[in-house]
Design a protein around this ligand. Structure first.
Ligand SMILES: NC(=O)c1ccc[n+]([C@@H]2O[C@H](COP(=O)([O-])OP(=O)(O)OC[C@H]3O[C@@H](n4cnc5c(N)ncnc54)[C@H](O)[C@@H]3O)[C@@H](O)[C@H]2O)c1
Ligand SMILES: O=C(O)C[C@H](O)C(=O)O
Length: 375
C-alpha cells in the first residue's frame, strides 16, 4: 500500500508537535523530511500533534457549543470541562433523557458560560441554533466481548439522525464525532451532509481519536521515564483495533526502543479501550479519560476557529492513503476546521506493515457507514 499526496497535504517528517495552550509557540526548527527522503527547510513551526494539555485554558472568543448525549458517561464530565473553557459563552446540553438535571447542576458552577438543557427530538433544533461546535458522544458503549463494530446497529441510526439535524440547523459548525464505531460514524455524517447539499463539510466533520494519542503519550512516558508533558506520539489510521496505529518512530522526544517493546506497546495502545471495557466489567467503556481527551480536542477546535494554528490528529475524509477515503491523520486546525492534512511521513517497516494491514479494515468500516447513510 502506498501513501499518496495531494496538493492540500504537506510533506512533513512529523517530529510531531501539537497544541500548547496559553498561546505557547509551536515548537520551531526541526528539519522536515519527506517519505522519499527529501529534506525540507524548517517550517515556521514544527508541530506537535499530540501534546496539547488540558488545564491551562485560554479564552478564544465567544463560542456556542452543544454536547449531544450530554447526560451520559462521557457527556457529563465532558460538559463540565467545556463549561470551564473561558471561550465558551453558551453550552447546550442535549440528550433523550436527563439533561434538565445535568444542566441545573452544571449551571451552579461559577464560570461565565451559560448552560441550558434540551430533551427529546422536538428540542434538538433549539439546542443547535447558532452553534460553532457540536460534540457528539450519543450512543451505546461496549460491554466485554464486544467490538466497536458491534455498536453499529444502534449507534449508526443515532448519529445519522443527529447529523441530519446539524446539517439543517448549524451546517457550518464543526462536528466532533465520538460515538463508536468512529471509523463508520464519520463517513455516515459526511454522507448525510452531502445528501443535504452542504458543501465543504468534510473538513469540519472530525472523528475524535485524541484518546489514542493521550494513551500513547501516557504509556510512552511511563515506558521511557520521561516527563509526560514532553511526550508527543502521533497516532494515525482509525479508531478500532489494528486501525489504531501509533507512530512510535515519530515520537518526541526521540528515544531508542527495543523492537519487541515497540510491538508490545503498539498492541497495548490498540487494545487500551478494551482494557478499560474489561476493567469496568459491563459498566461501559472509557468515560473520564475520553471526556478529558474530547475537551482537549474541543478546545483545539475553538482555538482554530479563533485563528490559531493548532495541531492535532483526527479521523476525517481525505485521499491521503491509497484505497481509503477516510484516515486518521496529523492535521492543522483553523477557522474552517481542518485546514491542512499532513502526510504520514517517514515510517519504519513495522509501521508500514501496520498501514498495509489496517487499510482493508478501514475500507470495510467506511463502506458499511456509507451504505447505511444512503439507505
Ligand atoms: N471516540 C472515542 O475515543 C470514544 C471513547 C470512549 C467512548 N466512545 C463512544 O462514545 C459513546 C458514548 O459512550 P458513553 O460511555 O458516554 O455511553 P453512555 O451510555 O453512558 O451515554 C450515552 C448517552 O447517549 C444518550 N443517547 C442515546 N441516544 C441518543 C440520541 N438519539 N440523542 C441524544 N442522546 C442519545 C443516552 O441517553 C446516554 O445519556 C459510545 O458509542 C462509546 O463507544 C468513543
Ligand atoms: O473501547 C471503547 O469501546 C471505547 C473507546 O473507543 C475507547 O477507545 O476507549
Amino acid at each position: 500500500m502506498t501513501v499518496s499526496r495531494t496538493a492540500s497535504m504537506r510533506t512533513a517528517s512529523m517530529r510531531t508537535g501539537g497544541t500548547r495552550i496559553q498561546h505557547q509557540q509551536q515548537r520551531l526548527g526541526d528539519q522536515c523530511r519527506s517519505r522519499t527522503g527529501g529534506v525540507r527547510t524548517p517550517q515556521a513551526s514544527s508541530p506537535r500533534f499530540g501534546s496539547s494539555k488540558r488545564g491551562n485554558m485560554v479564552s478564544c472568543g465567544a463560542a456556542k457549543v452543544a454536547v449531544l448525549g450530554a447526560a451520559g458517561g462521557i457527556g457529563q464530565p465532558l460538559s463540565m470541562l467545556v463549561k470551564m473553557l473561558p471561550s465558551v459563552t453558551e453550552l447546550s446540553l442535549y440528550d433523550i433523557q436527563g439533561t434538565p438535571g445535568v444542566a441545573a447542576d452544571l449551571s451552579h458552577c461559577n464560570t461565565a458560560c451559560k448552560v441550558k438543557g434540551y430533551v427529546g427530538d422536538e428540542e434538538l433544533a433549539a439546542c443547535l441554533e447558532g452553534c460553532d461546535l457540536v460534540i457528539i458522544p450519543a450512543g451505546v458503549p461496549r460491554k466485554p466481548g464486544m467490538t466497536r463494530d458491534d455498536l453499529f446497529n444502534i449507534n449508526a441510526g443515532i448519529v445519522k439522525g443527529l447529523a441530519e439535524k446539524c446539517a439543517e440547523i448549524c451546517p457550518n459548525a464543526i462536528l466532533n464525532i465520538i460515538s463508536n464505531p468512529v471509523n463508520s460514524t464519520v463517513p455516515i455524517c459526511n454522507e448525510v451532509y452531502k445528501a443535504a447539499g452542504v458543501t465543504g463539510a468534510s473538513r469540519r466533520i472530525l472523528g475524535v481519536t485524541t484518546l489514542d494519542i493521550v494513551r500513547s503519550n501516557t504509556f510512552l512516558a511511563e515506558e521511557c521515564g520521561v516527563d509526560v508533558d514532553e511526550v508527543d506520539v502521533p497516532v494515525i489510521g482509525g479508531h478500532a483495533g489494528i486501525t489504531i496505529l501509533p507512530l512510535l518512530s515519530q515520537m518526541r522526544p526521540k528515544v531508542s526502543l527495543d523492537p519487541n517493546r515497540i510491538e508490545e506497546l503498539t498492541v497495548r495502545i490498540q487494545n487500551a479501550g478494551t482494557e478499560v471495557v474489561e476493567a469496568k466489567a459491563g459498566a461501559g467503556s472509557a468515560t473520564l479519560s475520553m471526556a478529558y481527551a474530547a475537551a482537549r480536542f474541543a478546545e483545539s477546535c475553538l482555538r482554530g476557529l479563533q485563528g490559531d494554528k493548532v495541531y492535532e490528529c483526527a479521523y476525517l475524509e481525505s485521499n491521503l492513503v491509497d484505497g481509503v477515503g477516510y484516515f486518521a491523520s496529523k492535521v492543522q486546525l483553523g477557522p474552517n476546521g481542518c485546514e491542512e492534512i499532513f502526510e504520514v511521513g517517514e515510517v519504519t517497516e513495522f509501521e508500514q506493515a501496520g498501514i498495509d494491514a489496517l487499510v482493508p479494515e478501514l475500507q470495510k468500516s467506511i463502506a458499511k457507514g456509507e451504505e447505511f447513510a444512503k439507505k
